[in-house]
Design a binder for this molecule. Sequence first.
Ligand SMILES: N[C@@H](CCC(=O)N[C@@H](CS)C(=O)NCC(=O)O)C(=O)O
Length: 216
Amino acid sequence: MLTLYSFPTPNGRKASILLEELGLTYAVHRVDLAAGENKRPDFLAISPITKIPALVEVLPGGRVRRLFGSGAILLHFAERTGRLLPEDEDERAEAMSWFMLGVSDLGPTAIDMQRFAARAPDRIPHAIDLYKGELMRCYSALEDRLGAAEHLGGTTYSIADIACFPFIAAAAVAGGGLLDRFPHLKRWHDAMAERPAVRRGMAVPDMAVPDTAAPG
Ligand SMILES: N[C@@H](CCC(=O)N[C@@H](CS)C(=O)NCC(=O)O)C(=O)O
């Protein structure tokens, strides 16, 4: 029995895209970040950093396993199922590199950019310029890679693609013409957005209400 703890954010959507791609059955518990539900002691026991996504699995015999952070969730299930990571060692190394870029560069930079550009009480031009520049580095790297390969890992669709897609999708709808400026990123984004599991996974956090099961 799997329960995903999530909220409609790019990191939240990564985990549900993964679970949908793997066809796993799971329940979804909405942790309302706006209401501070992530700071409650019951959630702290699942996610020590009090961030979503997190996941709880009740194993046979009643033992409980937790996973917190989109990176850990994606990697754990890719390894466990033997899916969504290339078999070829070179391609796997490439996929791992882009997976980490999604988790440790693209995601945190996009979140910090949002914090300084849209939510900071004072406008700090240096911080905004810094994060804008860092985001451009991520987009340019992705653009170059996707000009050379179909998927981030190479020929195989993988957790590297899942780790990056929700942040690119969010930037695409935020305006600014991101996808007009990066044609290879647009080709990849549009192909990802067409995948049925990606569509379902992107929508899951929006549909989840406390203690309800996800469809499928
Ligand atoms: N390293 C984590 C970061 C997760 C993260 O930043 N989650 C955000 C939502 S996208 C969150 O829960 N924020 C609540 C908070 O900062 O209090 C991951 O990759 O999942």
